[in-house]
Design a protein around this ligand. Structure first.
Ligand code: NAG
Ligand code: NAG
Ligand code: NAG
Ligand code: NAG
Ligand code: NAG
Ligand code: NAG
Ligand code: NAG
Ligand code: NAG
Ligand code: NAG
Length: 343
């Protein structure tokens, strides 16, 4: 074992020298160019919040015949490297209790089930770094040198994210979700927003073993939701108080024309042969197209496709406009042109 270890150390030195000259690749791990004796499944990066707990999802696999089920199993965490032979202080946790557990780590996973899930109860800035897991069981000793976990520590939490489907239209029923990263599933963030307060809330496990806290609600869209700001805030319980992060999105909802009206200028009687201006207004998203119709003896005739229709009035009549977009159309009330002396 001693011989093997010092060989590994030499290989590591060689590897470190190689890493200086070659870009990351097969050699870019901490395995000294050797096949790792242990592979774990965990995150490569995790963000942690000062004062919160951090649960690290972790499972491992090994087919090594020396992994003897009758022997006691030890789980070990090392920080900053794998070469504990020459640098024993990198061992920050040994489930045997043989080292001072200065970070108060708790191996909550069942090692017998190859579950190395680990809990940091109270994250501090000094916990930032790269962590390596190791298993010792009888003659089997394996370090997951190719699967380090990089923990970064932040003083303020990530903003929650608001999820709304794209391309919103009135009358649609959509589900709006606000979700927040949840480093500590035992004390998840409390989410609140300016939609209904009795929305569905839950903390869910992601496929990678981390957790997300969500608040969710279905809304039926109308034109009044266009331009509405949804604000969601996540309050994280941490040691000595709470930390809050907020996020906001503005809804953009398409709707058919509304409040379509026609106006005439000048109003009242006009003399034959004078200039008259008809103007159509409407509220719609996307902005409407306009069509002016004249109610002639032969029925409605399309006379203009401008929002403002100006013409030389030679006879009286009824006019109206229609505003339309992809979502529908709306017809204005009728305006009447009355020619002076034309009784
Ligand atoms: C770990 O993974 C590597 C690469 O996939 C593989 O070559 C190696 O055999 C695995 N080691 C164990 C102990 O399963
Ligand atoms: C972990 O503890 C066990 C039992 O005390 C010990 O045999 C082993 O060497 C320790 N491992 C490390 C890496 O310190
Ligand atoms: C470790 O976690 C378990 C369950 O999560 C708990 O019962 C136990 O008290 C914790 N141990 C320490 C030392 O905090
Ligand atoms: C590992 O253990 C944790 C408890 O600490 C549990 O929540 C998780 O579901 C376990 N993972 C697997 C894959 O069994
Ligand atoms: C933290 O937030 C909770 C509600 O989530 C509140 O009851 C408590 O008073 C807050 N604590 C502090 C110290 O602000
Ligand atoms: C616009 O139309 C809506 C009904 O579609 C009505 O409630 C509202 O009062 C109208 N607004 C104006 C400014 O006329
Ligand atoms: C309107 O038309 C009449 C007859 O064609 C013409 O005499 C008059 O000058 C026109 N008025 C204007 C303001 O263009
Ligand atoms: C009105 O007439 C214009 C020009 O002839 C035409 O492009 C448009 O499609 C017509 N609109 C309607 C609603 O009939
Ligand atoms: C308005 O919409 C109706 C169907 O909803 C359609 O039949 C009609 O042609 C449209 N009118 C205009 C002027 O686009």
């Amino acid at each position: 074992m001693k011989v093997y270890q010092s060989l590994t150390e030499n290989m590591l030195t060689v590897n470190m020298l190689l890493s200086v000259f070659f870009l990351p690749g097969a050699l870019a791990n901490n395995c000294g160019g050797q096949t790792p004796a242990l592979n774990i499944t965990t995150r490569k990066y995790m963000e942690a919040l000062i004062g919160s707990c951090l649960q690290i999802p972790c499972t491992y696999e090994t087919e090594d015949p020396r992994y003897d089920s009758s022997k006691t199993i030890y789980g070990v965490w090392m920080k900053g490297g794998v070469n504990f032979g020459s640098n024993p202080s990198i061992v920050i946790f040994n489930s045997s209790g043989s080292v001072n557990n200065k970070y108060s780590l708790n191996m909550t996973g069942n090692l017998k089930e190859k579950n190395c899930t680990t809990l940091f109860p109270d994250i501090q800035t000094s916990h930032e770094g790269k962590y390596y897991f190791r298993v010792e069981k009888g003659d089997y000793r394996g370090t997951a040198c190719a699967d380090p976990l990089h923990i970064t520590v932040k003083d303020s939490p990530q903003s929650p994210s608001i999820n709304v489907p794209s391309d919103l239209k009135e009358h649609q029923s959509v589900t709006v979700t606000c979700s927040a990263f949840t480093p500590c599933p035992h004390s998840p963030p409390q989410l609140t927003w300016n939609l209904q307060q009795d929305s569905l809330r839950q903390t869910e496990k992601n496929t990678d073993g981390t957790f997300t806290t969500k608040i969710q609600e279905s809304i039926t869209l109308s034109d009044t939701h266009d331009g509405y700001n949804i604000r969601c805030s996540a309050r994280y319980p941490v040691i000595g108080g709470n930390k809050t992060a907020e996020t906001e999105v503005t809804l953009s909802v398409s709707y058919a024309p509304r409040n379509t009206s026609a106006s005439i200028s000048p109003s009242g009687l006009v003399s034959a042969g004078s200039w008259v201006e008809l103007s159509c207004s409407s509220r719609a998203k996307p902005p409407p197209r306009f069509t002016w119709f004249w109610n002639s003896k032969d029925g409605a005739t399309n006379v203009s496709v401008e929002q403002v229709y100006s013409f030389n009035a030679t006879e009286g009549g009824e006019y109206y406009c229609v505003a339309s977009n992809d979502l529908g159309n709306q017809t204005s009330s009728v305006v009447q042109i009355n020619i002076e002396g034309n009784y």
